[in-house]
Design a protein around this ligand. Structure first.
Ligand code: MIC
Ligand code: SF4
Length: 645
């Protein structure tokens, strides 16, 4: 039978289950990647598994998220990560070498392979025809130990591209169009597979941009076929030998279809405060801009930034605008410096930032009060920039560069007088792997460094018979992991759960953790009530570990996003869903609630929760796999792994 590309790759990696959408499957993972902010917990968990060395084909540890190094914490984390990588057989990408997804695409991605990364934008690898999935650190640790990754066999949605993009219309505008159509919720357990003659008009970095931001739709991943453009990209990276052609069979059947004629698109943007809030740029033409930031794993390839340099050439950044540019990798930075683009950027008044996540995670470059910031990144959740009152718009590098010059939103298709920057893919990239540290063949003698800020992941107890406590918080729809577990200024506590836990829900309710502790002290449980699409955004498992540490036993929501749901199960927090909005309305913060005989109830998949304060009860769904049910009963995956070791 004709197969989709997704099916082909999944089938060749299938370990358990059947490929029928909606059914649980387990797949082998060829490659893994971690980044520093999720990496410390991942490797601490891997160490707890007691293995001498990673078992999968290729494991890379990147340091890109927190390179700010205010205080000793980040530098200590980096030292831990470098030493544990050497000890366990992991390649270490030093801070400054670039953003994990950009570097992985350049140096390690391979068509037809599976990649699991402890970062939600791991699907960037789909630009090279990989099944590349974002997951919590514990899942990645299991994959490094040679274990399968469990997921729900996806619905495969075909996104059929025809035509070609017009000048000034970009890959970013393609994915913003996809986001406009699919939105940021309701796409759990889907994969976007790109097909059609329009595919050949897009180069690998453009495909990577599109796959990267598919994460904002909440899909498991996105992928493109592997074709002549893939071959020339890999050849230009000096890796022609890993090329192999891959595509769906003629007549493959998909679970859905969305057609895009590339030639009809126009420059778009995601408006505050959601990547799904799409508008055409022309609708805001003339609006004043305070800050422009170009970079992030979405749009910081060599061609992206060379185009920016060509646009800025001979111009000066508007006097009221601050322009920052973060090249995605050291390779990109080296190439820009060799071809003179770096000088052009500096001359225009751009501030050159480190090749790291930086501004994208709110680590620095926070806008001023009420500031309007145009960014080429992928998330504009309220407060993520570090400034709650800021208005962040997500745009293409071309749209961003024009605004930096004019100082206002400028439709790239309008008559602004700046010539279109024609930039071709280079025939060869400047490859320099000297900031990759390869592990010794035998790491047994390597001493693993641990600073005082690094603590072991906290233990959980097995599930009790009855849960009894309070709705410690009730939140609405689309609560992101940035709301649950803020990054930015708090990022340096990622390796210190007791301290980081103080900031759970800080952007919404700074007293949440205090209430949790008070309830815990009285021997009562904590419950979180939420609306639709709870846990959108990042893969950070801290959004489950820290609530677990605070005694949260269940999250009851209208719906929960895939990665977060897995993280909750991994750490023994029960994910439950309401059957209706009316049921959601029956609970308020501080209500006293009880779930009796929970161990028995979750095995049936139906759970009755009583609201003692309001004297009502509702039936909830507990839609988890058998493996997850076992984790919930044991108090998390780590407890199960301990039982089996
Ligand atoms: C993000 O873009 O939100 C992050 C920061 O890269 C996260 C990972 C993290 O929180 O460390 C992600 O996307 O998974
Ligand atoms: Fe880094 Fe931003 Fe990409 Fe996350 S989205 S990996 S913070 S650049």
């Amino acid at each position: 039978m004709a197969q989709t590309l997704t099916e082909k790759i999944l089938r060749s990696h299938l370990k358990s289950g059947t490929l029928e959408s909606g059914k649980p499957i387990g797949i082998t993972i060829d490659q893994t990647l971690t980044q520093d902010a999720t990496g410390t917990m991942t490797y601490l968990q891997f160490e707890a598994m007691g293995l001498e060395r990673v078992q999968n084909e290729l494991a890379v540890s990147y340091v890109d998220h927190n390179t700010i190094q205010v205080g000793f914490e980040n530098a200590d984390d980096h030292r831990y990560l470098q030493s544990v990588a050497a000890a366990k057989g992991v390649i270490f990408s030093k801070p400054g070498n670039g953003i994990c997804h950009q570097v992985h695409l350049e140096r390690f991605g391979e068509p037809g392979k599976t990649l699991l990364g402890s970062d939600s934008h791991t699907p960037t690898g789909g630009g090279l025809a990989m099944i590349a999935i974002g997951a919590g650190g514990l899942d990645v640790a299991v994959a490094m130990a040679g274990g399968p990754f469990h997921l729900i066999s996806p619905r495969v949605i075909e996104i059929r591209l025809s035509g070609a993009l017009r000048p000034w219309v970009t890959a970013k505008d393609v994915i913003l169009t996809v986001l406009e159509h699919f939105g940021t919720k309701g796409n759990v357990n889907c994969i976007f597979e790109y097909t059609g003659e329009g595919v050949a008009t897009l180069q690998v970095p453009e495909r990577a941009t599109i796959c990267n931001m598919g994460a904002e739709c909440g899909v498991t991943t996105s992928l493109f076929p592997s074709d002549e453009n893939t071959r020339s990209y890999l050849k230009a990276q000096g890796r022609a030998e890993v090329y192999r052609p891959l595509s769906a069979d003629e007549g493959a059947v998909y679970d859905g279809l969305f057609e895009i004629d590339l030639s009809t698109l126009e420059p778009k943007m995601a408006c505050p405060h959601s990547p799904g809030n799409i508008e055409v740029v022309r609708n805001l033409a003339g609006k004043r801009v305070d800050q422009v930031l170009i970079g992030s794993c979405t749009n910081s390839s060599y061609v992206d930034l060379k185009k920016v340099a060509d646009i800025l050439s001979g111009h000066t950044v508007a006097s009221h605008v601050s322009l920052g540019i973060a090249p995605g990798s050291r390779e990109v930075l080296l190439m820009l410096s060799r071809d003179g683009s770096l000088a052009t950027l500096v001359q225009s008044g751009a501030r050159i930032l480190e090749s790291a996540c930086g501004f994208c995670i709110g680590n620095h470059q926070s806008p001023g009060t009420d500031g309007v910031s145009l960014r080429t990144s992928n998330r504009n959740f309220e407060g993520r920039s570090g400034t709650k009152s800021a208005h962040v718009y997500l745009v293409s590098p071309e749209t961003a560069a024009l605004a930096a010059i004019t100082g206002v939103f400028t439709d790239p298709l309008s008559s602004h007088g700046i010539p279109y920057p024609e930039v071709a893919q280079p025939a060869s990239f400047t490859v320099d792997d000297s900031m990759l540290v390869f592990p010794p063949a035998d790491g047994s003698g390597v001493e693993i460094f641990r600073g005082p800020n690094i603590g072991a992941p906290p233990a959980n107890t097995p599930l009790k018979e009855n849960l009894d406590g309070y709705v410690t918080i009730k939140v609405g729809d689309k609560i992101t992991t940035d709301h649950i577990m803020p990054a930015g200024a708090r990022l340096k506590y990622r390796s210190n759960i007791p301290v980081y836990s103080k900031y759970v829900f800080e952007p919404i309710d700074e007293y949440f953790s205090q209430r949790c502790i008070e309830n815990q002290d009285r021997g009562r449980d904590n419950f979180i009530i939420a609306g639709a699409s709870y846990g959108q955004g990042s893969s950070r498992e801290h959004a489950a570990i820290c609530p677990m540490y605070l005694g949260v036993k269940a999250v009851i929501a209208l719906s929960i996003e895939r990665i977060h749901q897995n993280n909750l199960c991994n750490f023994g927090i029960i994910p439950l869903t309401f059957r209706s909005e009316e049921d959601y309305a029956k609970f308020d913060q501080n209500d006293e609630v009880v779930i009796e005989l929970i161990r028995e109830q979750i095995t049936t998949g139906e759970v009755v929760m009583k609201n003692r304060t309001k004297a009502v009860e509702v039936i909830l769904d507990c839609d988890v796999t058998d493996e997850q049910r076992a984790m919930l009963i044991s108090g998390g995956l780590l407890n199960i792994l301990k039982e089996h070791s």
